[in-house]
Each structure stands twice: as C-alpha cells, then as structure tokens.
Ligand binder design. Sequence first.
Ligand code: FE
Ligand code: ZN
Ligand code: FE
Ligand code: FE
Length: 195
Amino acid sequence: MSQIKELLVDQLQDLLHAETQLAAALPAMAEAANCTNLKAAFEKHLVETQGQIRRLQQIFDQLGEPAEPKPCKAMMGLIAEGQETIEEGKEKEPMSADLALIAAAQRVEHYEISAYGTARAFARQLGEFECARLLTQTLGEEESADCKLTSLSDPLLQQLTLDDAGAMVNLESVNSDSKVSSSANPARKGKKAAA
Ligand code: FE
Ligand code: ZN
Ligand code: FE
Ligand code: FE
C-alpha cells in the first residue's frame, strides 16, 4: 500500500470509531437539551451521523480496505467532556446548560471538520475522487452542524446578557435608592420584549 493510502486509511479508521462513538452519545445530548431547537439539532445530527458511518463504509469498499475502526482517543475524551457537561447542566439554569452543551458539541464538530478535511486532501492526492466526493458530503454536514450550533447559541447569549443585566439592576435597586431601577428597568424590559 502506498504511504498516502496508508495515511488515508488510518484517518478513516479513526473517523469510523469517532462517528460510531458519537452516534451512541448524541441521544443523551438531545435528551439533555432544554431548548427544543437544540434538541432537534442534535436529533438531526444523529441521523446524519448514522449516514456518515454508512458513507465511511462505502469509502472503505471503494478503497478495497476493511472497515476496521481504530480507537479515537480524542473523540472518547470529547464525549467524556460532553457527559460531564450534561451532569453539570443539571445544576445550571436551562439557558446556561444549553450554552455549555453547545460548547461541547462544537468541539466535536471542529474535530470532525479537521479530520475530514485531512482525509479529503489525502483522497484527492491519491486520485480517489469518488472517496473525496463522499468526504465532501460529510464535511458539508459537519460544517452545517457547526453553523447551526452557532446560530442557536446567539439568541441564548443575548437572553443571558439581558438576564445578567436585569439581575444587576435588581440588586442595585435593592441596595440603593430608586434612581437606578426606575431609569434602567424600562429600557431593559423594552429590549427583552423585542428580543
Ligand atoms: Fe460526523
Ligand atoms: Zn458529526
Ligand atoms: Fe481521532
Ligand atoms: Fe458532526
């Protein structure tokens, strides 16, 4: 086997293990999500991940190599962190818990984006363009998943900012005269209603 093919197979074996682990872990992420849109995003990515596993098997077929997974320690670590995040989230406010879940999930997506980008570069160099095409499909799904998570975190961050500001104003209004609360509160409320 050529050196580059060996490198490609190595990347694919790592990815096969990573994706299999992830497919097993995503239901718990979906279960833990408070926001229904985030839950739906995890459920959608679970279905995509199952498809990505089949796509990897297709790629192994294409290369004439057995689809043997090789333990991906990085994904095992990322998933362990995800499980930790789920546990810690039980003690958090729902929006904070969701933002932490998104943070854990985006680490996973970035790891995958990196790995698929490398695998595709190897496949192209080998002239394995059908493999490269399949890898591009998966890469697109990973990038979309990452973008979707960012779009879900934005409104949560906005809302938390307002909540934090509101909590500060409430504290100030308790601790000082009504000057602060009467001037600051209506503006905050106005923004909150518009959000
Ligand atoms: Fe994936
Ligand atoms: Zn994925
Ligand atoms: Fe890995
Ligand atoms: Fe992904």
